[in-house]
Ligand binder design. Structure first.
Ligand SMILES: [Zn+2]
Ligand SMILES: [Zn+2]
Ligand SMILES: [Zn+2]
Length: 281
């Protein structure tokens, strides 16, 4: 039995395994909805699924005629979605070990610009064989030429940056995993002057973890897509890298908080790794 929780803890569920599938999805809709460079989904028989609490805190967004996305309206974290006889959970929201490991990469043809897949799992350009799901049109780019644009899943919230970030990390901490529903969150740090809202600033909802010093998730109220976090007092903007339409223009500095990574999350690239946060030199 495995439990899952959103970032704020309002939504909780449990799954009696065994899980039947686990795979990484690189599609642009997952990247916009979750803010991470890919999302890991795990499926189990519906019969073993149970809400513990918070079903009434869930917002549903119809992302296409064939599909929908669900998220906690308080914290923006993705919550499970349901197919005919199975439940599909964003694996980052799982608290324990689901007892299954990732099997493949899907939508590898739409992977985040500037990132490579470094493990040996099979890669499928779109749906893997056996997934009888129709394709859907993907959201269109938003930015001016020369800028790197991003938008949320519904497209009503959009922003852009110019120039490369000053830092970029893959963070594997438990908060990032629950916030993004993914193995880790990739965040890029910019100066305020590099950033511009294109539209939808008023749609941005903010959830700060009460016991945390800084940890805050920004998301679109309408679709749950992750957005920019502005810190004017530090002349800084922190952007989720997943929704970016172009490469960020800088290599990721390191994996951080690998000491708390999920049991199913395997790091296969050669970037530096820190158990917690990197120490300043
Ligand atoms: Zn929540
Ligand atoms: Zn996807
Ligand atoms: Zn949106």
């Amino acid at each position: 039995m495995t439990t899952g929780t959103c970032l704020c803890g309002a939504v909780r569920y449990e799954v009696d395994g065994p899980f039947s599938f686990m795979g990484h999805c690189h599609c642009s809709m997952c990247r916009k909805a979750h803010g991470s460079i890919f999302v890991t989904w795990a499926a189990a028989p519906l019969a073993g699924f149970r809400w513990i609490q918070g079903e009434d805190a869930i917002e549903r967004y119809e992302s296409s005629p064939a599909g929908h996305r669900c998220f906690c309206r308080h914290c923006g974290a993705a919550t499970p979605v349901f197919a005919e006889s199975s439940v599909v959970v964003p694996a980052g929201t799982l608290d324990g070990d689901p007892g299954i490991r990732p099997q493949l990469h899907m939508f590898a043809a739409s992977k985040a610009p500037g990132f490579e897949i470094t493990d040996d799992l099979p890669q499928y350009p779109e749906w893997p064989p056996g997934f009888d799901v129709p394709g859907v049109p993907r959201p269109a780019p938003a930015a001016r030429e020369g800028a790197n644009g991003s938008s949320c899943l519904c497209g009503d919230m959009a922003w852009e940056v110019e120039g490369p970030p000053s830092m970029m990390f893959h963070c594997h901490c438990s908060r990032c995993r629950h916030a993004r529903g993914a193995a880790f969150a990739t965040n890029a740090f910019y100066a305020l002057g590099q950033f511009r809202w294109i539209r939808g600033e008023g749609l941005a909802a903010t959830y700060k973890v009460p016991e945390a010093q800084f940890f805050t998730q920004v998301f679109c109220r309408r679709c749950g897509g992750k957005g920019p976090r502005l810190l004017p007092e530090h002349d800084r903007v922190v952007l989720p890298v997943g929704p970016m339409e172009g490469p960020p223009g800088r290599a990721v500095d390191a994996h951080i908080y690998v000491g708390s990574k999920a049991p199913w999350d395997q790091i296969t690239d050669l970037l530096p790794q820190f158990e917690e946060r990197p120490t300043r030199r």
